[in-house]
Design a protein around this ligand. Structure first.
Ligand code: ACM
Length: 536
């Protein structure tokens, strides 16, 4: 009897602990105070919003209507609080991406200065509800209850990015939109869309139709690991029309996600050269879209014709993408062809450039000047430091943090994306148990342990670290299903590093919250990696 009583009390206490522990939010908010009681979305509950936040309120309303089978409408009210409602109100005192959320048994109030802040409030609110709220259809008998609490939240970094390489493998608009949904759910604010590669040019450019007619299709693809010497013999291609790009940009806007387009130069240009060989160092060469992985020797020649071409391409790109940043690549540009080119060597003499790194810097500076003249900002991978950093460049530090540290010391903005912490193409578990990947070893815990503020920088210099980004290179990711497996849940850890205060980082607590969070990902039909579930 005593034993039974003991077991019963254990059961009750664990149930109470679980029911008190319903604040499984990722990324964890800056400040959360649990309160007793709950708010329940009843038949009579309404959503009330100022007109400024109406679109955000509608997003919430649509999801709650969907899962509860109701057909309520958002009530627009500029002033005054209603009872029994979820309310969106303005608070001028908050930061641009900040929000507060107060849930009491009577009402839930989300306050923000901007619609974007209110949107993040909604992401948190959804994570306070039962995980079935993420379902794609009506859930019979769902109780939409929110545990009472007060939350004050704002991001640690202003730039929180997730990248996708659609050059090595192409992914349709439907998947890109799903990816954007997942970006927004995790309070990332940037989608870095890597649109051109040696292995495929993926964006329609009206002035240069051959970029997609020729450059988007490779005649076959290497099978297995780089260097296998085996090919599948099957043409592979795909590209986004400008109409599709506009559709994605408009969609991302509704989720408060900015898209940073990347057009690679002067390297990773083989697909472009297959279409327009006159822009290469050897116009007589028969260039083909690259069929294997790795870095191609075929790079743009720094001729006037090339600059005209790239400026025309960038003009169309800037018309499609309204955000401030334009990424120009700049990584992994082999210099052999420039060394062997009479034109390049003469140009270097004329311009007083002492080596090919300075020639690359000359190339990037010209592009920087053009992008800056259009009121935009140029981003490049950290190789753009070699030969001298262009005046307005933002640096994406990928070969470790050294490039980012050097750039910050020169008062340049930096986005940290070091390969050893934030390359989600690396293995997440023992390669013997995993599908083929590029290499490396980056388990969830290591991603979570990343600290973006280098000790080498002073407090003043730290301000140049705008944030972080995880990169997803797709040489070995042929399907969207496999992308999801590689990206989640590691991107959840990236989101917490980017958003949450470093003082609140706690891996054990994160994985506990993650166990609930992946139920949400399951409802959203995300093929997340389940390995972490079998660890403690
Ligand atoms: C890169 O990973 N080549 C930027």
């Amino acid at each position: 009897m005593k034993k039974l009583f003991f077991c019963l009390s254990l059961l009750i206490s664990s149930f109470v602990a679980r029911s008190q522990n319903q604040y499984n939010i990722i990324p964890v908010p800056q400040k959360l105070t649990p309160l007793t009681g709950e708010f329940v979305w009843e038949k009579t509950t309404t959503i009330v919003s100022t007109s400024e936040f109406k679109d955000v309120a509608n997003l919430l309303n649509e999801q709650l209507n969907l899962v509860s089978g109701s057909s309520k409408k958002v009530i627009v009210k500029e002033k005054g609080l209603a009872s029994s409602a979820i309310q969106f109100v303005k608070n001028e005192q908050l930061g641009d991406e900040a929000y507060t959320l107060k849930a009491s048994s009577k009402q839930v109030i989300i306050a923000a200065k901007t619609a974007k802040g209110a949107f993040y409030g909604v992401q948190t609110l959804l994570q306070l509800l039962p995980t079935q709220v993420f379902s794609e259809a009506k859930v019979e008998g769902i109780k939409l209850a929110i545990p009472n609490c007060t939350i004050e939240d704002a991001p640690r970094y202003v730039y929180r990015g997730l990248h996708l390489d659609v050059g090595r493998h192409f992914f349709p608009v439907s998947f890109v939109k799903k990816y954007i949904d997942l970006i927004a759910l995790h309070k990332f604010n940037t989608f870095h869309w890597h649109l051109t590669e040696d292995q495929g040019w993926r964006i329609e450019i009206k002035k240069y139709p051959k970029l997609t007619q020729i450059g988007s299709i490779r005649k076959q693809t290497i099978v297995g690991r780089y260097g296998s010497g085996k090919y599948d013999g099957k043409p592979y291609g795909g590209f986004y029309t400008q109409e599709e790009i506009k559709e994605v940009v408009a969609y991302a806007k509704t989720k408060y996600v900015n898209i940073v387009p990347e057009i690679e130069m002067p390297g990773h240009a083989q697909a472009a050269l297959a279409a327009y060989p006159e822009l290469g160092c050897n116009p007589d060469k028969i260039y083909q879209v690259h069929t294997t992985w790795g870095v191609s020797e075929d790079v743009f020649a720094p001729r006037e014709e090339t600059f005209t071409f790239l400026e025309n391409v960038l003009t169309e790109v800037m018309a499609l993408f309204p955000g401030q940043y334009i990424h120009i690549g700049g990584d992994e540009c082999p210099k052999e062809q420039w060394k062997e080119s009479r034109f390049c060597q003469d140009l270097m003499k004329r311009e007083g450039l002492k080596d090919e790194h300075e020639l690359q810097s000359y190339f990037i500076r010209r592009i920087d000047k053009f992008i800056t003249s259009k009121g935009r900002k140029m981003i490049g991978w950290d190789e753009i430091l070699e030969g001298g950093l262009s005046p307005n460049a933002t640096v994406m530090s990928w070969r470790g943090e050294e490039g980012g540290i050097a750039a910050a010391k020169e008062n340049h903005d930096v986005i940290m994306t070091p390969g050893s912490y934030l390359y989600l193409d690396h293995y997440q578990a023992d390669p013997k148990t995993e599908p083929l990947a590029i290499g490396g070893f980056l388990p969830l815990e290591k991603v979570y342990s990343y600290e973006p503020a280098p000790k080498e920088l002073t407090a003043e210099q730290q301000k140049f670290i705008l944030g972080i980004q995880a990169n997803v290179w797709t040489e070995y990711m042929e399907t969207s299903n496999y992308i999801e497996y590689m990206v989640f849940p590691r991107a959840c850890a990236v989101a917490e590093v980017a958003w949450s205060p470093s003082a609140s980082k706690n891996y054990a607590d994160f994985t506990k919250r993650l166990k609930t969070h992946v139920e949400r990902l399951g409802k959203l039909k995300v093929n997340y990696a389940k390995g972490f579930l079998s660890t403690k």
